[in-house]
Design a protein around this ligand. Structure first.
Ligand SMILES: [Ca+2]
Ligand SMILES: [Ca+2]
Ligand SMILES: [Ca+2]
Length: 392
């Protein structure tokens, strides 16, 4: 039925616009994962008692949950699904004549100063990126929070920290690299090296990695390491993010801390034989996904990125890996659009920041969740301190 409806061109553009906005906001993986975690927190304490009570029961409504491990695996599967959904759906739509996607990054600066709405839907968080359909017009609206005013939109300056196509060390022997391989002090002298894109099977690789002797039983996992240097000036950015190309799944570590798990089981331990969740094919094979990076994990001097790339199955024909690391700076940058509404229509990767500044007036936090000393907040602000409702 959807296919028939899409024959109507005005319905088709309405559908594309609505779907793009909901995938970027309501169904953004970050928001969905928070919702799932919220529901988990609501019921997990009660779960053992219910599992014990209903153990072994069968019903037309669904059989009883056999164990807590089983339940946690199902929760992990849900997270894997919400992570993969936007790109999978957008790729699928191309067979109905929709354009390909580009990466859209939106940010609010300072981070708690306001909210961006996309066709009326709230963009969750202060920094978000996701694939977005090209050539679909939508309207962004910047709304300031109390104590701030909107000053304009700036397309953020993207600064190369370590661009795509860099030289990486890699371990393509099918073996597990051993304890501590994600850490700076790991001995990787025996590893090979080559420029990205690294992989095999597509013909677009700069460096071919090995998969073993049997094409129907290739190595499941290939490992990559790369050190990079950060200056004090580079660290003085608003955001860091990485662009990742992977076929099929990948886990990325920064200075030993896991920062990205893409197309892999969302929870639990990943080992040398863990398969990627889904096969990567079609346009997704050349599409980079962006992930924000916690600035506190980066330090001045030498840093280390470690990445493990997993096949979906050992007979997979291809492997791809490339990664770029970038910083973004919005403060003090010239405003490119002053109105609160911004007509967005992208035809390539695009970054936009809504800039706000403090009005200098006294405000309380939106949510007062503990004891609060009014004097601490309003010291010296006099009559501007208003709008406080204290309960209890
Ligand atoms: Ca593939
Ligand atoms: Ca593959
Ligand atoms: Ca490739």
């Amino acid at each position: 039925m959807l296919k028939e409806l899409l024959d109507n061109s005005s319905y088709k553009s309405y559908f594309a616009r609505r779907l793009s906005c909901h995938l970027f906001t309501s169904f953004h993986p970050e928001r969905m994962k928070l919702l799932i975690d919220g529901h988990v927190a609501d019921i997990e304490a009660e779960l053992p008692a219910h599992i014990a009570r209903w153990e072994g029961a069968f019903s037309s409504y669904g059989n009883a949950i056999p164990s807590e491990d089983y339940w946690r695996t199902q929760v992990g599967n849900l997270k894997t699904f919400v992570e993969a959904r936007p790109q999978a759906l957008l790729n699928d739509l191309q067979s109905y004549g929709f354009d390909a996607t580009a990466n859209l990054a939106l940010a609010v600066f300072p981070e708690d100063a306001g909210t961006i709405k996309m066709d009326g839907l709230i963009v969750p968080g202060s920094q978000l990126s996701a694939p977005f359909l090209k050539n679909i017009p939508v309207e962004l609206l910047a709304e300031s929070k109390p104590g701030f005013e909107f000053i304009g939109w700036a397309s953020s300056q993207k600064q190369d920290i370590m661009p795509r196509g860099a030289e990486w060390l890699f371990l393509d022997t099918g073996t597990d690299p051993g304890e501590g391989w994600t850490n700076t002090d790991f001995n990787d002298e025996s590893w090979s090296s080559g420029n990205a894109e690294l992989g095999y099977g597509d013909g677009d690789e700069s460096t071919i990695v090995a998969y073993g002797v049997d094409p129907s039983d290739k190595f499941m996992t290939t490992y990559f390491r790369k050190t990079f240097n950060i200056t004090e000036e580079q660290l003085n950015a608003d955001h860091y993010f990485l662009d990742l190309l992977k076929d099929d799944g990948a886990v990325v570590y920064l200075n030993g801390t896991e920062i990205v798990r893409a197309n892999m089981a969302a929870d639990g331990e990943i080992n040398n034989q863990s398969p990627a969740s889904e096969t990567v094919q079609g346009d997704a094979e050349s599409t980079f996904s962006s992930y924000p990076i916690d600035l506190s994990l980066i330090h001045i001097g030498e840093n280390l990125l470690a990445v493990e790339v997993h096949q979906n199955e050992s007979s997979s024909s291809d492997l791809s890996f490339d990664l770029g690391l970038y910083a973004q700076k919005a403060e003090g940058q010239s405003i490119s659009w002053a109105s609160e509404t911004y007509p967005l229509n992208i035809d390539s990767d695009f970054s936009l920041t809504a800039l706000f500044e403090s009005t200098g007036s006294c405000i309380l936090p939106e949510l007062v969740d503990g004891d609060i000393e009014i004097d601490d907040i309003c010291l010296g602000q006099g009559p501007e301190c208003q709008g406080i409702e204290l309960a209890g």
